[in-house]
Design a protein around this ligand. Structure first.
Ligand code: SAM
Length: 192
């Protein structure tokens, strides 16, 4: 097989001098660029959310502890807040784990519904990081997750989510500059 047939078509560079150069062409986004954009967006959104909830009392809910990257960023920015992290597996480095009281292990579909007595107060900030690149999976998750969220949120609380959610009465906030509008979504609970 000739070498050029091994090169995926979509990464061949387009030549802007060609007559048939498409006007809407943009360089392909590599997996590395996509990952960097995702982490940059999360950082910008979390930092904006911290400002927005400065006057909203309550803990933070981190849905999807994963490797604890966003958890650690949030606890660095909000050392005074309790942060409850949810996951159904433990994959974070051991020194990044929350203590046992603040780590809620299990299926979020079940634990979020029943975490009230442990969490103790409505949340100022909820960060949903259990989405995936699969729209069908996101749609299925959205269907059970969105109805559970309002019960957990304080008035004026902020929701950061990697997929859209139907949150009645919530204001959809613009995402900060530097975050693609379709990549992350920002909602604010009504004040009363
Ligand atoms: C993208 S990772 C989270 C990354 C993490 N926020 C970080 O910054 O390192 C998603 C995590 O959500 C967890 N997760 C996904 N769906 C879940 C569910 N239904 N219940 C509990 N945990 C879930 C996965 O186990 C995974 O660790």
């Amino acid at each position: 097989m000739p070498f050029f047939e091994l090169v995926p078509r979509r990464i061949l560079p387009a030549d802007p001098n060609e007559d048939n150069f498409p006007l809407d062409w943009s360089p392909p986004v590599s997996r590395l660029d996509s990952f960097i954009r995702r982490l940059t967006a999360q950082k910008l959104l979390i930092e904006r959310a911290v400002e927005l909830v400065a006057d909203v009392p309550g803990p933070v809910l981190e849905l999807g502890l994963g490797m604890a990257r966003t958890f650690d960023h949030m606890r660095t920015l909000m050392p005074e807040r309790e942060i409850f992290a949810f996951d159904n597996v433990v994959v974070a480095p051991i020194d990044m784990l929350p203590d046992a009281h603040h780590f809620i292990l299990g299926e979020i579909r079940e634990t979020l519904a029943f975490c009230g007595p442990r969490v103790g107060a409505p949340a100022a900030l909820l960060h949903n990081d259990i989405g995936s690149g699969d729209e069908i999976h996101n749609a299925a998750t959205r269907a059970w997750l969105a109805p559970l969220v309002p019960k957990r949120m304080a008035p004026g609380g902020v929701v950061i989510t990697s997929f859209t959610m139907e949150l009645p009465g919530y204001e959809k906030l613009p995402v900060p500059d530097g975050v693609s509008a379709n990549r992350y979504h920002f909602y604010r609970a009504p004040r009363s």
